[in-house]
Design a protein around this ligand. Sequence first.
Ligand code: CU
Length: 177
Amino acid sequence: MTPSLRPTLVAVALGTFLLVGAAACGSGDGGGKASAQGEDGAKGAVTVEHATIDWPANPSVAAVRMVVRNRTATADTLRSVSSPVAETVTVHRTETDDEGRSVMTAEDDLAIPARSSVTFAPGGLHVMLTGITEDLQVGDDVDLTLTFEHAGTVTATAKVVEPGSAGDDTEGSHDDH
Ligand SMILES: [Cu+2]
């Protein structure tokens, strides 16, 4: 039995090696944007959906609601977010501390698990714009640029909306205060 098994194992090992080799070539870092768009499934694999900004009561600070969807089989990491209308854009998580106070902590490298989505909304995980340089009005579009470890740069447009009008879950309810 043993002598006949051996060639099979070698063949399997060789096949694995060839597959790894092909995958390494296919990911070609030198290609940059062009190669990413040319690969099936790579384009749009990490997307931003339903991006809105509650019209800010405080004109210099605003929170972005959005859903970041990762359709790939690879976990990704959100490295940073920027916007031309804000001096600083920070990923925050609001949590309630031991004494019942809401505290926000910065999430510098936020994990976006494979084949899943992460929802950003005020009161939980959110993207906060600070030092807003424009006079934002309801109906305005705000450009956002998200930088991911694997997906690279993903752009999105967030619409400025009346507070409370964004989520379907808040319809008919004003109990969120
Ligand atoms: Cu915040």
